[in-house]
Design a protein around this ligand. Structure first.
Ligand code: NAG
Ligand code: NAG
Ligand code: NAG
Length: 529
C-alpha cells in the first residue's frame, strides 16, 4: 500500500494524513465526463437489448464489447481479455494509472465492476441485464477518466460475467478459474435495475427440478398438480424452515421455463360442468382464502380436450410470491375439484405428453438454511405421490449463496444520491428485505454468524444496490417486476437509460473516493478477514 507516503506526509506536519487529491468537484467532473462517455456505451446496451441472448450464449454481447474497445475506441484499456478464464462469453478489461510505477502495479488500490448481459428465454431482457452491462462500462470508464484527470493512482477492472440467470456464471467463473477471476480486487460494484430503489440483501436460491411421469397424460398432470398442492401446503401452513423462505412452482409449458414469471397458465378439467368450474374458480378468486392481486381467469368449453379450459392470467412467480399468481389459482382449482369421482385434468393443447416438468424455485434469506428448506420441499413432493415416490427424480442446480449488505458503502452511496448532482434522491432506503437472488453471492462469499445471522466477514466486498427503472408517473402506476414480460419493455426505455446513467455516475464517484483515500478504502474493506 502507500504507507511510505503516509509516513512522509505525517512527518512533514501536514494537517491531513493522506495524500489524497482534491476531489471537491468530483461530482461535477463526472457529470461533464459522462456527457461524452455515456452515449456510445448506451448504444452498446441498446444493441444488447435488441439482441437478447440467453446465458452462456451471449456471443453477440461479448463480441460487441470486445470489438468496441479494440477497434472503435482503442487505447482506453491496458488489457482487453476476450473469453476470459476459459468461458466463451466472459471478458475482462483492466486499466492502471500511472501505468508504470516504480513500485509496480501490485501496490495500486483496485476497484472492480461486475457486468451481466444475459436475457431470459422467450421474453428478452426482462431482468434488465443490458442496464447492468451499461452500469459497469459507464462506471468503470468514468472512474478511469477521473483518475487520469485528477492524477489519482489506481487500477480499474471490469469483469464480464456470463449467465447470471441459470448457470450461476459468477460461481462458474470462480470454480473455472480456481478463484483467479476475483483475485486482486477487494471491492466489486454493480447495480441491478428493478422497480424500486433500495440497497438490500439477496436470498440464497436453489431449484428443485422435477419431472412427473404417468401411464397417461392425465396421470402425469395429476401427479404434478398433486405435488404442487403439497408444496403449497408447506407455504400456507408455515412449514418452511429458515427465515423468509419461499418456494414457487414453475410449470414447464409453453415458453415458460425455469426463472420466467408465469403470467398465463391453462388447466383442462374433464368431468365437471362448465358452470361448476366457473363457480369454483370464482369462489377461489373472491374467497376469504386471501387475495390474488391482478389475477383473472377465463373458463371455456374446450372442444379438442372434451373438457373445460381454465386459463388464469396475471403476475406470477416471484412477482407475486408473497401473494398468489395464476399458477396458484390453477393449483387451488385442482385441489378443490380433484376429490370428485371421474374428474380428470389435462393441459389444453397438450394431451399426448405423458410427462410434465415442474421446477420448484426455492429461496431463503440465509445460505445455511437452504439445505433444510430443500429437504422439506423434496419430502413434500415425494410424499404427495403415495407409494410411487421412487418414480420421482429430483435434481438440483447450482446454489446461489445469499448476498449480504456490507457496511459503509451503502451510506456513502445513498448520501451521494441525495445531492443535487445525482438528482437529490432521498428515496433510496437501506433495507433488510431480500427481494430476489443473485450469483454475486459467489463473489462475496459472506460469512454469517450461525446464531445471530449477522455478517461477520466475507471474502470480497460486493456492493449491489437495486434501483428503479420504471417511470411510475407515466405507466399509470403499474410497474412490472423482474422476469415479467413487461420488465423487458421497461429495460429498453429512455427513462431506464437515464436512471442507469445517474446510478453508474454515483458508483464512479464512490470508486474514485475509495481509490483516492486509503482511509475510505480501509473503512469499505474493514469487513474482510
Ligand atoms: C406442450 O408441451 C410442450 C413440451 O413441454 C411445449 O413445448 C408446448 O409449448 C406445450 N403447449 C402448450 C399449449 O402448453
Ligand atoms: C385455453 O384458453 C386460453 C385463454 O382463452 C387460450 O389462450 C388457449 O389457447 C386455450 N387453449 C387451447 C388449447 O385452446
Ligand atoms: C471511517 O470509519 C470511522 C468509524 O466509523 C469514521 O469515524 C471515519 O470518519 C471513517 N473515515 C472515512 C474516511 O470514511
Amino acid at each position: 500500500m502507500r504507507s511510505s507516503f503516509l509516513t512522509l506526509v505525517a512527518l512533514t506536519g501536514h494537517h491531513t494524513l493522506t495524500h489524497a487529491a482534491d476531489i471537491s468537484n468530483l461530482a461535477s467532473t463526472l457529470q461533464t465526463l459522462s456527457t461524452s462517455i455515456f452515449p456510445p456505451l448506451q448504444s452498446i446496451a441498446t444493441s444488447v437489448w435488441s439482441h437478447p441472448e440467453i446465458g452462456l450464449d451471449e456471443h453477440y454481447a461479448h463480441d460487441l464489447v470486445i470489438d468496441y474497445f479494440t477497434n472503435t475506441l482503442p487505447n482506453v484499456w491496458d488489457t482487453i481479455t476476450p473469453q476470459a478464464f476459459g468461458l466463451d462469453t466472459a471478458w475482462r478489461l483492466e486499466f492502471s494509472t500511472p501505468s508504470s510505477t516504480s513500485s509496480g502495479d501490485g501496490d495500486l488500490p483496485v476497484i472492480g465492476f461486475l457486468a451481466e448481459y444475459d436475457a431470459l428465454v422467450g421474453i428478452g431482457h426482462a431482468c434488465g441485464h443490458n442496464q447492468i452491462l451499461l452500469t459497469a462500462l459507464t462506471a468503470a470508464s468514468l472512474t478511469r477518466q477521473a483518475l487520469l484527470d485528477l492524477g489519482i493512482p489506481g487500477r480499474v477492472v471490469v469483469l464480464g460475467t456470463p449467465d447470471e440467470e441459470n448457470a450461476a456464471g459468477k460461481c462458474l467463473l470462480r470454480s473455472q478459474s480456481g478463484g483467479a477471476a476475483y483475485e486482486g480486487v477487494d471491492v466489486w460494484m454493480m447495480a441491478h435495475p428493478t422497480n424500486a430503489n433500495a440497497v438490500q440483501p439477496m436470498n440464497a436460491r436453489v431449484n428443485a427440478i422435477t419431472d412427473f411421469r404417468g401411464a397417461s397424460h392425465e396421470e402425469a398432470v395429476r401427479r404434478a398438480y398433486g405435488a404442487m398442492v403439497a408444496v403449497r401446503d408447506l407455504v400456507t401452513q408455515g412449514g418452511l424452515p429458515g427465515t423468509s423462505s419461499s418456494v414457487v412452482a414453475v410449470e414447464e409449458v409453453g415458453m415458460f421455463e425455469c426463472n420466467i414469471v408465469q403470467g398465463q397458465i391453462s388447466l383442462g378439467i374433464r368431468g365437471v360442468e362448465l358452470d361448476v368450474v366457473k363457480q369454483t374458480v370464482d369462489g377461489l378468486l373472491g374467497g376469504d382464502d386471501g387475495t390474488y392481486p391482478g389475477v383473472s381467469f377465463t373458463a371455456v368449453a374446450d372442444k379438442d380436450g372434451k373438457g373445460v379450459n381454465v386459463t388464469a392470467l396475471g403476475p406470477g412467480g416471484h412477482a407475486s410470491e408473497s401473494t398468489k399468481g395464476p399458477l396458484v389459482l390453477t393449483v387451488e382449482t385442482f385441489r378443490a375439484l380433484s376429490g370428485q369421482d371421474g374428474v380428470e385434468f389435462y393441459l389444453p393443447g397438450n394431451t399426448t405428453l405423458a410427462e410434465l416438468g415442474v421446477v420448484f424455485d426455492i429461496r431463503s434469506r440465509y445460505t445455511q438454511d437452504l439445505d433444510l428448506v430443500l429437504e422439506t420441499v423434496e419430502a413434500a413432493i415425494k410424499g404427495s405421490s403415495g407409494g410411487d415416490s421412487a418414480d420421482i427424480t429430483i435434481t438440483t442446480d447450482t446454489v446461489y449463496p445469499a448476498l449480504e449488505v456490507t457496511p459503509f458503502l451503502p451510506d456513502l452511496f445513498t448520501s451521494l444520491l441525495a445531492t443535487p448532482e445525482y438528482g437529490s434522491q432521498t428515496d433510496f432506503p437501506i433495507s433488510t428485505f431480500a427481494p430476489a437472488s443473485t450469483d454475486a453471492g459467489c463473489v462475496q462469499q459472506a460469512v454469517v454468524d450461525p446464531d445471530s445471522r449477522k455478517l461477520v466477514g466475507s471474502e470480497k466486498v460486493v456492493f449491489h444496490p437495486n434501483y428503479n427503472i420504471c417511470d411510475a408517473a407515466n405507466s399509470g402506476g403499474k410497474c412490472a417486476f423482474n422476469h415479467e414480460p413487461g420488465f423487458a419493455t421497461a429495460a429498453g426505455t429512455d427513462y431506464a437509460y437515464q436512471r442507469t446513467e445517474v446510478i453508474a455516475r454515483a458508483l464512479a464517484d464512490v470508486a474514485v473516493r475509495l481509490l483516492n483515500d486509503p482511509a475510505v478504502m480501509a473503512n469499505a474493506t474493514a469487513i474482510l478477514a
